[in-house]
Design a binder for this molecule. Structure first.
Ligand code: ATP
Ligand code: TYD
Length: 234
């Protein structure tokens, strides 16, 4: 697969066209950002940890019947994916109250959310990703009602699969974000599922094993990513 022109440079990944129609290359960079880009750093090897964990999850999900954009890895931080027309939604599933749901609503951090809570934000940095509801999503024509129903069902299935897989490693999947896209009428899970887009807590110690270590200066970010990637992949 040959890399062609740069299609999009986001906060943490660069997306390139390839010589093959319908295939893109996603390079996971070592950049890390938080608080709407207000905090930024470059951390050696971060991209590889996130790319490898994402690839591992995508393969696991495909094996269990979830359609993802994953095709293959070119090297340890470069993924070949199916080109999607992205739906501008940040689909977040929450199993335990933490982060913005605790800041914005009277939930106590650590409260179990059963059934899981789905929160959908509008992926629009200029508007600071405001929360949506079903009516706003359909009124803005971000996707059809049928697609929204499908997205929510797949999000809950992914949550069940990943929460179960992580529990085997004594890790609680507190919450995580997904992005979906379409090719024709088919909806695929896209983007990444990694330590940058999940909140993971050690079941025994409660320790954060994700980007919260970076957000809140809780310790050595790369040592944490290295340890958690090993726990998940090996
Ligand atoms: P954020 O960090 O809020 O997710 P970003 O746009 O800065 O936003 P990056 O991860 O750096 O995010 O950039 C990757 C971009 O590629 C995102 O806009 C994402 O929606 C898009 N993308 C992911 N998977 C695909 C795909 N299969 N086809 C087309 N675009 C994709
Ligand atoms: P959330 O608690 O809403 O935001 P914050 O991280 O600011 O407290 O985030 C819920 C989960 O979704 C968390 O694991 C991080 C992930 N997420 C992203 O990866 N990107 C995003 O743009 C958002 C809003 C959340």
């Amino acid at each position: 697969m040959k890399q062609r022109d740069l299609l999009y440079e986001g906060k943490a990944k660069s997306v390139y066209r390839t010589e093959k129609k319908g295939r893109l290359i996603v390079r996971f960079r070592h950049d890390i950002t938080a608080f709407d880009g207000g905090k930024k750093d470059v951390l050696q090897d971060k991209g590889s940890y996130n790319a490898r964990v994402s690839a591992f999850f995508f393969k696991y999900l495909e094996k269990h019947g979830v359609k993802t954009h994953f095709v293959s890895m070119l090297d340890d931080r470069t993924m070949v994916v199916r080109e999607l027309t992205m739906i501008p939604l940040e689909v977040i599933v929450r199993n335990v109250a933490a982060g913005s749901i605790v800041r914005n609503y009277p939930f106590k951090e650590g409260t179990k959310l059963d059934p899981p809570v789905i929160v959908i934000d509008y992926k629009d940095d200029s508007r600071h990703d405001p929360m949506l509801n079903d009516d706003i999503i359909t009124a803005l024509k971000l996707c059809t009602q049928g697609e929204l129903k499908k997205v929510k069902a797949v999000a809950l299935k992914v949550n069940d699969l990943l929460a179960g897989l992580l529990a085997e490693q004594d890790i609680t999947l507190v919450d995580f974000k997904m992005e979906f896209g379409r090719q024709g009428k088919t909806i695929y899970l896209g983007d990444e599922i990694s330590m940058d887009s999940m909140r993971l807590w050690d079941k025994k110690t409660g320790e954060s094993l994700d980007k919260d270590v970076y957000r809140f200066d809780k310790g050595d970010v790369m040592a944490t990513y290295n340890r958690v990637a090993k726990r998940i992949i090996e």
